[in-house]
Write a protein that binds this ligand. Structure first.
Ligand SMILES: *[C@@H]1O[C@H](CO)[C@@H](O)[C@H](O)[C@H]1NC(C)=O
Ligand SMILES: *[C@@H]1O[C@H](CO)[C@@H](O)[C@H](O)[C@H]1NC(C)=O
Ligand SMILES: [Zn+2]
Length: 536
């Protein structure tokens, strides 16, 4: 039965292709709007019934059968009450539910599963809503959010790994030991387990820095950033320095992402970027320092090109550093030859980490979803979310649900919305309808803030169909002009599978996530599943 339904769908989809083509054809002809029903309901898919009559494919029988199966699957879900040996934390940066839904529709358009497509996380048995406000703002940035979900304590906007006693830019306060929080990666290392990070942004960017950093300002990624702010680099360690020289970062088994400029000194040429050298003022080459430090603990490999990541030998590598770009890594749509995909990095990371029989903590960030959303480039954001889905699917494939807790969540939302009423099976990046007020088409995706704001000419709203919205870098419309979109403040969703995934239901603080992981994995302070088991 489970196989029958998708098969039926494929057949139905094939039957519907003509209708679908017709809809697309119509959407390319909006100039002739009078004859158009953009956003009109698609005609139903039809099947030949046993009695020779044409009937709707998706009739009562269809939905009853499908949802009975869904109910049986749900009834079969049982909590896995055992210690989580491994934890993989997937973070979709700046990804609200609308972005997830739209990305699923884009994937479904390509597979022919359309609206019934499922992302890797849609198959996880548990989910929860997560509150993301921080200690001084209702709408969080990635730094304060990372402090919460990776350290179990909410902090102030733009600060990382420090509690609410540290204000942004307070270099002295960030060094006070009592104000510093402890990250999950340190908790794991304290139990002789491994830790690693993977991101599409600079490895010193705010979200990954939540796994190892303590800073009063997320922008202090290299010493030159601190100098630019007129602060004392002797007093305050930058994030790249903390990652390479301080625990827990110095003991990470895997560090993969971008941001070479934060690791190389001025005057040292970047291997890839012409006429670019490092940005460090202190003369430190932190890539060399990493190689030296890690080589003293085992076999250490540094790579900066995708080809070298795809050919490295995980079996003989104990420590892996990959810095694939001078700044952030490139968008999937830009096809940078030196950049591995998020899936490729995730596979490499798990291959190294799973050699630790004690277990591991891996943080994987789909960082560019947020960045594309900030630019109102919705199509690119959706491609990044589809890439994120492939990485999650790879982790599911490479691990065992009985010993690995996988979490998929976001640090905050972005102001992208899905407007009504695009026809069934239509491309979510396209036209949703024609306004009944100004008679001009509008797209399904729109932002409430960002660079996509359009001035009206003579009170007329610009027609998106005359702007080349099919371009993958097209800037979608926004209601409020801003250089970059704001983050959004509604709750984000969290999906979980594996041991103690059932701790993630209902509504929770983002800082709760750390506490639940510590409990499930028997690491760190606070309640702990293994302690409780002993007591019983
Ligand atoms: C971790 O390993 C070290 C060295 O092998 C050992 O001394 C220590 O007791 C271990 N700690 C835990 C929590 O297993
Ligand atoms: C380190 O690499 C060497 C050479 O490839 C290999 O023989 C050795 O087993 C590796 N050591 C570990 C701990 O993996
Ligand atoms: Zn952001």
């Amino acid at each position: 039965m489970r196989f029958f339904i998708p098969l039926l769908l494929l057949v139905a989809a094939a039957l519907a292709r003509n209708i679908d083509d017709e809809v697309h054809h119509k959407q390319n002809r909006f100039k002739d709007r009078d004859h158009l029903h953009i956003g009109a309901d698609a005609p139903p898919m039809m099947k030949l019934a046993a009695d020779g009559q044409l009937r709707a494919v998706e009739d009562s029988e269809y939905w009853n059968e499908k949802c009975q199966q869904e109910l049986k699957d749900q009834l079969a879900v049982t909590p896995i009450v055992s210690q989580a040996k491994n934890v993989i934390f997937f973070l979709a940066d700046g990804t609200g539910v609308a972005t997830l839904t739209a990305a699923r529709l884009l994937k479904g358009l390509r597979t022919g599963m359309y609206e019934q497509e499922r992302m890797a996380w849609d198959l996880f048995p548990y989910s929860s809503l997560i509150k993301t406000y921080n200690t001084n703002n209702q709408v969080t940035d990635s730094a304060a959010s990372a402090t919460a979900y990776l350290n179990g304590v909410k902090g102030n906007q733009a600060t990382i790994g420090v509690d609410a006693n540290v204000q942004r830019g307070d270099c002295q306060a960030m060094n006070v030991p009592e104000y510093r929080t402890q990250s999950l990666s340190k908790d794991f290392q304290d139990e002789n387990k491994s830790a690693g990070i993977v991101t599409m942004s600079r490895v010193t960017d705010a979200s990954p820095a939540g796994t190892y950093g303590h800073t009063a300002d997320r922008n202090w990624e290299s010493d030159s950033d601190i100098n630019d702010d007129g602060e004392d680099t002797e007093l305050c360690d930058d994030l790249a320095e903390q990652l390479v020289l301080n625990e827990p970062g110095s003991k990470f088994k895997v560090i993969l992402g971008g941001g070479r400029q934060k690791f190389l000194p001025e005057g040292v040429d970047d291997p890839e970027e012409e006429d670019q050298t490092g940005r460090r003022n202190d003369g430190k080459n932190l890539i060399d320092a990493w190689l030296e430090g890690s080589s003293s603990m085992g076999n250490a490999t540094y790579v900066w090109h995708k080809d070298d990541l795809l050919s490295f030998d995980a079996a003989s590598t104990n420590y892996l550093l990959g810095l694939f770009d001078y700044k952030d890594m490139s968008y999937a749509i830009d096809e940078d030859a030196s950049n591995p995909s998020l899936e490729e990095m995730t596979r490499a990371a798990i291959a190294v980490l799973q050699k630790d029989s004690n277990g591991y903590f891996l943080f994987v960030e789909g960082a560019l979803i947020d960045k594309a959303n900030h630019d109102n480039e919705a199509s690119s954001a959706l491609e990044e979310a589809v890439e994120f889905d492939k990485a999650v699917a790879a982790a599911v494939e490479m691990t065992d649900e009985s010993d690995t807790l996988i979490i998929v969540t976001a640090d905050h939302s972005q102001p992208m919305t899905i407007n009504g009423y695009p026809a069934l099976h239509s491309d979510i990046r396209g036209v949703a309808g024609v306004s009944d007020v100004d008679d001009i088409p509008y797209l399904a995706l729109i932002y409430t803030s960002g660079p996509g704001y359009r001035e009206q000419t003579d009170g007329v709203r610009p027609d998106p169909t005359e702007e080349g919205y099919e371009d993958p870098h097209y800037v979608f419309a926004a209601a409020v002009p801003r250089e970059a979109s704001t983050h959004n403040g509604e709750d984000v969703i969290l999906y979980a599978r594996g041991p103690h995934a059932h701790l993630f239901t209902g509504n929770h603080e983002n800082a709760y996530i750390t506490h639940a992981i510590r409990y499930a994995a028997c690491v760190g302070d606070g309640l702990n599943f293994c302690d409780e088991k002993v007591k019983v």
